[in-house]
Write a protein that binds this ligand. Structure first.
Ligand SMILES: *Cc1c(COP(=O)(O)O)cnc(C)c1O
Length: 239
C-alpha cells in the first residue's frame, strides 16, 4: 500500500480539522459538548485511513461488504471501528458482522430477523440502528415512521440485535431547511418511543447528517454524522 503524498496527508488533516471545528460548533449550538457527536468518515481509501487514524479519527464507514472486508484486513493493526451503512445481502452477513462496531441500516423486518439469527449462531449480539424513511422519498430504504412504533413492541423477539437508536437520511430533493425538518422528525420519533423500549434496550443514538447537511442534523440531536465527500474535497484521488 502506497503512503499518500505529503500534500494529500496535509489536505486530509486540514479537511478533518475543519470538519471537527464545524461539528464542535454545531454541537455547542445544540447545547452539547463536541464529544457528543462522532464523525464517521466514509469510503476512505485504506492508505488514507492511516492518516485519519493518526489524527484521531477511528470511525470508518462502508456501504459495500467487500470493501469493508478488504479494508478491515488492510488496517487490522489500527484501532478502527467499522460502521456498516447501506443495503446488506443476507449471504454477506456472516462475514461482515464480526468486523463491525455498529450496523446503521437495519432497514426491514427480514434483515432484522436475519441479523438476529446470525448473531445468535455466533453467540453474540450485534449493535444496530433501525433505518427510518424520514424523507418520504419513494424508493428510499428503511421502515416507514408508522412501522417503527409496532416494531418496538417486538424488539425483544430479536434479542441478539441490540438496537441503539435510529438512522435516517434527509430527502435528496430538499433544501437545507427541509432537511432539518426531516431530522427533527427522526428525533421526535426516537423521543416518543424511548420509554416503550424493552428492558435493557437504550436508544442513545441518532445517525443522521451527511456532507451537505450534518450541521442541521447535529442541531436536531445527531450523535453520529456520516461524512464522505466533504472529507476528500479538493484532494485528487491519484494522491
Ligand atoms: C453518507 C452517505 C452518502 C453520501 O455522503 P456524502 O458525505 O454526502 O458524500 C450517500 N448515501 C448514504 C446512505 C450515506 O450514508
Amino acid at each position: 500500500m502506497n503512503d499518500p503524498s505529503a500534500s494529500v496527508q496535509h489536505a486530509l488533516a486540514e479537511n478533518l480539522a475543519g470538519l471537527g471545528d464545524r461539528i464542535a460548533r454545531a454541537a455547542e449550538a445544540s447545547g452539547r459538548p463536541a464529544a457528543a457527536v462522532t464523525l464517521v468518515t466514509k469510503y476512505i481509501p485504506a492508505a488514507w485511513a492511516r492518516v485519519l487514524a493518526t489524527a484521531g479519527c477511528h470511525d470508518l464507514g462502508e456501504s459495500r461488504p467487500q470493501e469493508l472486508w478488504t479494508k478491515a484486513a488492510a488496517l487490522a493493526d489500527l484501532p478502527v471501528r467499522w460502521h456498516f451503512i447501506g443495503h446488506m445481502q443476507r449471504n454477506k452477513l456472516r462475514r461482515t458482522l464480526p468486523a463491525i462496531e455498529l450496523f446503521h441500516s437495519v432497514d426491514s423486518l427480514r434483515l432484522l430477523a436475519a441479523l438476529d439469527e446470525e448473531a445468535a449462531a455466533a453467540g453474540r449480539q450485534v449493535p444496530g440502528l433501525l433505518e427510518v424513511n424520514i424523507s418520504g422519498d419513494a424508493g428510499k430504504g428503511g421502515f416507514e415512521p408508522a412501522e417503527v412504533e409496532p416494531l418496538v413492541e417486538r424488539l425483544a423477539e430479536f434479542a441478539h440485535v441490540r438496537t441503539q437508536g435510529l438512522m435516517g437520511m434527509a430527502s435528496l430533493s430538499h433544501a437545507a431547511a427541509d432537511a432539518e425538518r426531516d431530522f427533527e422528525r427522526l428525533r421526535l420519533l426516537r423521543d416518543r418511543l424511548i420509554d416503550r423500549l424493552p428492558d435493557g434496550v437504550l436508544w442513545p443514538h441518532l445517525s443522521m447528517g451527511m456532507s451537505g447537511d450534518f450541521e442541521a442534523a447535529i442541531r436536531q440531536g445527531a450523535t453520529l454524522v456520516r461524512v464522505g465527500s466533504a472529507l476528500v474535497e479538493g484532494i485528487l484521488p491519484s494522491g
